[in-house]
Design a protein around this ligand. Structure first.
Ligand code: ZN
Ligand code: ZN
Length: 356
């Protein structure tokens, strides 16, 4: 909250209306109350932080808010009307509202408030880039669960196995070992489908010689993990070995060079150049990685267009990939935390193409 207030001062705003559920969860730290049905707003001024919601949530919120800086106000009736009234009561001048607000809601709020309010790029997402130790601890636990879930199904990955069953087995494992959810629909894609970077897991039987791409993540205390491993069912052929080694070498290089002060675009380029040298530059179609936290994709972006620079406390994936349409794809993805002297890898699963 104090970091947010500083950020508001820097852009001359007296108040910010936070509408994003994840941003509210981040600022308040309240666990288990911002479910997917939550509706409400959080108004932050220089000295107050008021959550406006309705009686579906106010009791639970009120309990969480005890002994915190947050006040919970429950108003029946139209939310935007109540929000306009609240802002007038808080006596702020220039207010910003997160620009994720729907246009119609924004127009209504402007009318209800009657003073100056404008949509702003939320400063909260920039704050979320730098993780506190408790956040890194939750992400680490989510990584451990993903590692364990993969180890749990590893013996079953082979010709004849069902990709959908493997995905469900890993989800079951994570959710029965401490995860509240999966971070995204788990991906197990084999054969030609592995060439799609974000393949949806469909019912498919793994065939001898297929590449099998496994991309999984757990949610622990609202924080996500994200990792990818690629295997071959049976004996790898020369092409499979070649692309696997290329991706691994690009990933190792990026892991080595990542650290505070490194531009996210530059790091992307480091991995991209290596794949270009090895003849696969054209086959690496996505960015090198992304931030992970309360959301599985958040800032910073590790891509050619990114202007972010790595700083201690950032948690990002490093995930180069090479995809050959018709043949299959290889991606290797680790989640790392940026520290003073480089990065610490939170993903412990072994990297090997051949299962036996
Ligand atoms: Zn992933
Ligand atoms: Zn990822």
């Amino acid at each position: 909250l104090s970091r947010l207030r500083q950020a508001l001062q820097d852009v001359n705003l007296e108040a910010l209306v936070v509408r994003g559920r994840v941003n509210m969860r981040y600022l308040t730290g309240f666990l288990d109350v911002f479910d997917s049905g939550f509706s409400g707003s959080l108004a932050v001024t220089a000295d107050r932080a008021v959550i406006l919601t309705d009686d579906r949530y106010s009791q639970q919120m009120g309990e969480r808010a005890e002994d915190t800086e947050f006040e919970v106000v429950s108003e029946p009736g139209h939310h935007l009307e109540a929000l306009g009234r609240l802002l007038r009561k808080l006596q702020v001048g220039y207010a910003g509202v997160e620009d994720s607000i729907p246009v119609a809601a924004y127009e209504r709020l402007k009318k209800e408030y009657g003073k100056t309010i404008r949509p702003v790029t939320s400063p909260v997402e920039a704050l979320r880039c730098i993780k506190e130790p408790e956040e890194i601890a939750a992400i680490t636990r989510a990584c451990v669960l993903a590692d364990r879930a993969l180890a749990h199904v590893l013996p079953a990955i082979g010709a004849g196995a069902s990709t959908k069953s493997l995905a469900l087995d890993m989800e079951w494992f994570m959710r029965t070992h401490g995860a509240s959810d999966v971070a995204f629909d788990l991906i197990v894609a084999s054969g030609a489908r592995s060439a799609m970077p974000h393949a949806v897991t469909v019912e498919q039987k793994i065939e001898e010689g297929d590449l099998v791409k496994v991309d999984i993540g757990a949610v622990v205390e609202d924080y996500c993990s994200d990792m990818t491993r690629t295997f071959v069912a049976g004996e790898a052929n020369d092409t499979q070995r070649e692309i696997y080694e290329a991706v691994l070498s690009a990933q190792r290089l990026a892991l080595d060079q990542a650290g505070p002060g490194m531009g996210c675009a530059t790091l992307d380029l480091v991995a991209r150049r290596r794949l270009e040298e090895l003849g696969f530059g054209e086959r690496f179609g996505h960015g090198l990685g992304h931030g992970v936290g309360l959301e599985v994709h958040e800032r910073p972006a590790l891509s050619r267009l990114s202007r972010d620079v790595l700083e201690p406390g950032m948690v990002v994936t490093i995930e180069p990939g090479v995809y050959l349409p018709g043949l299959g794809g290889v991606r290797i993805e680790d989640l790392v935390v940026v520290e003073e002297d480089g990065v610490r890898n939170l993903t412990k699963s072994e990297k090997k193409l051949q299962l036996s």
